[in-house]
Design a protein around this ligand. Structure first.
Ligand SMILES: Nc1nc2c(ncn2[C@@H]2O[C@H](COP(=O)(O)OP(=O)(O)OP(=O)(O)O)[C@@H](O)[C@H]2O)c(=O)[nH]1
Ligand SMILES: [Mg+2]
Length: 330
């Protein structure tokens, strides 16, 4: 199935577009990858598949679909460990977290990028922000998510509308604020932080770090093939525990990340410069281009995205990018 995608350059015109790295955790997603990869924007910097030792052809399919894909094998178990391992090899300016089951729409990536380019540090996907939605969430999960959300907002002074949603993007320079440990620690089993609690851990740490968070409306589809790896009650309790643990530990707090100066990601990169302020808003975004929409529609969507804010940020981004390019890479 051929579909038209909104390329990154449609959101960001100019020679210095931010380099976007998409990190895709996979556990037996061979049948879903053709759909997901066909919807990826054309001008990504890299696609990183982090595989959990799938027993189907996930890795072979990923390589066949995209010969340039970077494949990483996680060192323990769980989606959280997969994300931590994937983040260590990112070389782009922007990191996008994208599920491989067909539930997250890759055509939304330009929305996330636009929100970051417009000034956010962390673009948080939300199914409950105006313009978002879900075909997938059950009543129980929706109810649980609502209460977990409220609890998180009370504990961390945030205004999240969708705590337990894994479709997020952020500037790679914010990685130190996540304080994730991708070392194997001599273990192959699932440790704390390695499971689906990763989303809560990331969302609370970016809040503790004082990063500027913006919610991006997102629509969640049903998984296409295969079974969910998530267990509502078991993983819900892990989220509760994550909220309590993150309220009391200092991780993320005090992390310093340089604003809007794109750099190659490195978990060891020195922390520097100012803390961004907490500003939790929802970005109004133009509708997604529909499959097969005419190029003129795409241009119109891109033009609407290029607001005055974007243009002023463009100037700022260009000057930072030029400075970053003239510095030797670590
Ligand atoms: N590498 C790796 N990927 C995983 C693991 N568990 C889940 N994933 C991937 O993480 C993504 C989300 O997992 P899902 O099982 O769909 O869970 P979910 O989306 O949170 O829950 P549902 O809404 O029920 O689908 C998918 O791309 C999975 O393949 C794991 O242990 N290792
Ligand atoms: Mg899923």
């Amino acid at each position: 199935m051929r579909r038209r995608n909104l390329g990154m350059n449609a959101v960001w015109s100019g020679s210095l577009a931010p380099r976007v790295s998409v990190v895709v955790p996979t556990l037996n997603e061979a049948k879903n990858l053709p759909h997901v990869f066909s919807l990826l924007p054309a001008d990504l910097h890299e696609v990183i598949v982090v595989d959990g030792r799938s027993t189907d052809d996930t890795v072979a399919v990923a390589r066949a679909l995209r010969p340039d894909v970077r494949v990483v094998l996680q060192n323990r178990k769980g989606k959280g460990n997969a994300m931590a391992c994937g983040f260590t090899v990112v070389t782009g300016d922007i990191v996008v977290m994208l599920d491989a089951d067909g539930s997250a729409d890759p055509r939304e990536i330009p929305r996330f990028v636009a929100a970051l380019v417009a000034g956010a540090d962390f673009a948080k996907g939300s199914r409950f922000a105006t313009g978002g939605g879900s075909d997938d969430i059950t009543r129980t999960r929706s109810w649980g998510n609502r209460w977990l959300n409220r609890t998180a907002n009370l504990l961390f002074a945030t205004r999240y509308t969708d705590l337990c949603y894994g479709y997020n993007a952020f500037w790679a320079r914010c990685l130190p604020a996540l304080c994730l440990d991708a070392s194997d620690r001599g273990r192959t089993d699932k440790l704390w932080g390695d499971g689906f609690e990763i989303e809560t851990i990331i969302n609370t740490r970016v809040a503790k770090a004082g990063l500027r968070i913006v919610e991006v409306p997102s629509f969640e589809f049903q998984r296409i093939y295969g079974d969910s790896n998530l267990n509502t009650w078991r993983d819900g309790l892990r989220v509760v525990r994550a909220l309590l643990v993150e309220r009391t530990n200092g991780l993320g707090r005090g992390a310093r990340t340089e604003r809007r100066a794109p750099q190659p990601a490195s978990l060891t990169q020195p922390a520097s410069l100012t803390l961004a302020r907490w500003e939790n808003t929802t970005v109004p975004m133009p509708p997604l281009p529909v499959a097969g929409s005419a190029p003129s529609d795409i241009r119109t969507a891109a033009q609407r995205l290029r607001s005055r804010t974007l243009r002023s940020n463009e100037r700022e981004y260009r000057s930072h990018a030029q400075a970053a390019q003239s510095e030797p890479r670590r």
